[in-house]
Design a protein around this ligand. Structure first.
Ligand code: HEC
Length: 115
């Protein structure tokens, strides 16, 4: 009898838990907080820039609006990035950070023979 009452209580708890997880499926998940510009650069831009693939862009005081335009539109071999990949707020901060950034001595220009 004791056991039976206990398992009933457990079943009730599981149903409550299930109902909790079944909440608004239609609700949009909250937008993630913006990532810091050096993080976006390291994860997305540095993959090509400074790695013998694309020109070095740090330490060149590239205007922020030029960076924003190139990132949204792409430029020749460089792909465009959508707001779902880099949010407007992140891109704005990235442009300002890049303009003020110092050259990283570890970064390299693309080699002429493409190696
Ligand atoms: C897949 C490789 C790749 C990625 C990733 C990439 N780029 Fe580029 N980017 C390039 C290439 C290649 C060029 C040179 C395009 C050309 O020939 O005009 C370029 C050019 C640029 C230029 C102009 C440089 C100049 O000398 O005129 C800027 C600014 C720039 N990229 C910013 C960024 C930023 C900011 C990011 C990260 C959000 C990024 N890029 C990610 C490949 C990439």
């Amino acid at each position: 009898m004791l056991l039976r009452a206990g398992s009933l209580r457990l079943t009730g708890a599981l149903i409550a838990l299930g109902a909790g997880f079944g909440l608004p499926a239609a609700a949009e998940p909250p937008a993630p907080p913006p990532r810091a510009p050096n993080v976006v650069y390291a994860k997305t831009c540095g993959y090509c820039h400074g790695q013998h693939v694309a020109p070095v862009i740090r330490g060149r005081a590239i205007p922020a609006d030029m960076t924003q335009a190139i990132v949204r539109r792409g430029q020749r071999a460089m792909p465009a990035f959508r707001p779902t990949e880099i949010s407007n707020a992140e891109l704005k901060a990235l442009g300002l950070w890049l303009k003020a950034s110092k050259a990283d001595p570890k970064e390299r220009e693309p080699m002429e023979n493409g190696q």
